[in-house]
Design a protein. Sequence first.
Length: 640
Amino acid sequence: MVVCGDDALAHRLAAELQEIYGQSVVLVTPSPGSAGGARSSPMSPGNGRVSALRERLTAAMTRTTRSEAGTPHTMEAPEPDEAVLAEAGIGRAVALALVYDDDETNIRAALIARRRNPRIRLVIRLYNRKLGQHLEELLDQTALVVTPGLDPAELDASTTVLSDADTAAPALAATAVAGSSKVVQADGLLLRAAERTPPGRGEIADPGLCTLALLSATTSDPAGTEGSDGSGDEAPRLLPDDSSVAAATGRGTVVLEAVSYAGPSTPTGPLAGRSVSLGSLFSRRLRWSLAGGAAAVLALAVTSWIVTGDDPRHAAYITVLDLLAIDDPAIGEETGRQVLQLLAGILGLLLLPVMVAAAIEALGTFRTASQLRNPPRGLSGHVVLLGLGKVGTRVLARLRELDIPVVCVEEDPEARGLTLARRLRVPTVIGDVTEEGVLEAAKIHRAHALLALTSSDTTNLEAALYARSVKPDLRVALRLYDDGFATAVYRTLRTAHPSALTRSRSVSTLAAPAFAGAMMGRQILGAIPVERSVLLIAAIRVAGHAQLEGRTVGDAFRPGAWRVLALDAAPPADRLPDLAAPRRHNAEDQPAGLVWDLHPGYVLQPQDRVVLAATRRGLAELLRRPVPGGVDGAGDGVGG
């Protein structure tokens, strides 16, 4: 397998393939002195730490794979041109990952690779999702054009376009949400991996769809090493059996829940994003003034009806005419009628400036409807999101899909995420988060959580420390580049604030399993972090897998490795390759998607497609010796 990239994701991906799946990998990276190597990526803080990470990961890969996949081979080249790819062995490779931060570089190299090796499996990192969809179709069609005699049904070529921001956004967004933990989408459903505290005496724990993990015994210890990779009874246990769950009293669990999403619909049309609610057109004081004026007019109309004895509709009509000063003066009429006319005229004079103010205020609201909003005065319980770059933009979209109030803070007035914030009418503060008053403007003292997702570790840490000084129990999630630094920050903040939730996350660490899974040739629905471990959710055809085919759901469950979660009930001919697409419907307009309440005695048939949760090592073992075509839409899935 060949991995080409210029930042931390490439090195983590290469380590993932070699350490977990035992694959032979060629890593192509820019030299430190080249233009590509010197380019500062927005996904990483700088080249120095990337070089240090490269050395550590290369050493780890060498120690791990000498006995399994041989000594890793690393190449340095400014760009992945045709000569470089040929030297990397692209003609013999089974999979190629192009994870440069520049989309154009990835697309150009993908076209070269598809032409030289039509059967190679391509995994491309692109931020533009629409472009990625078109690129997938183009590259697969190119394979048929380059090899005319190739049968499309036997085509062992697949193109997968992923975004590290997209793969990491659900976990980052869920970190800031109480009770939602990690979120994965499958067949129109939101799968939520929720952390559950140990039940009290006499209480019955809700198992959800299934128990995914037992949390480490040190999660309640302020100085504990949450998510450590060590073994023993205190370490987290992934995919435990029922007896282990029953025996592990006093430990929290991670359970899988399937919940339907019924959030607000996205506005469409030429005025999308510009419409405002009626209440936001006028201030509260102006609304009260208008309401008082309307009540006074109504009172005058009723009084006129009573005093003059006219028909109620005629009395109201005369009152409005008097109010607008377009009626004849009541000369020679009764005193009551004259008094009412004078009062109506005075009321009209009083209402005139109110109506002018209402018109000006409504006009100003419409003119600023497309501008960034300021945080409302009474806002509370919201999430403060720092940084609207690649990752921050995707996290903002996820939070709004879950209908969670957000206030964004961004230093760059030209940041790419400001367009989305403007369209979604999300309150945004433009300013440097390290300056005094910026977090206060975002109402940090009344916020529920802080997501620090800028590309600078020091900025994220400084913002988190200051926010904790303002609100000690604030839920904080930091995006930190270096794992060692992240661990030290996590333990220190947890010891200083034991009652508050602190999480440190690395985008490349969260994204690497999904990229590696796509290179192994399977359909990845998502990765669920459990402390510092990862569970993968994948869709697999049963055919060719001896551990699944002909076995019951109960017998196919291997604790600590994999577990069948759901069965795709759609006919094989009607199945969509991407279960993350919108929910399908049958002729009766009823959902024909995934069946989650599988009976343990159901026997898995070769034509079945199942959704399973697996550890990385477990899924690598499951896919190590399948019959060709065993993995949905991806050939043999072993990478040669």
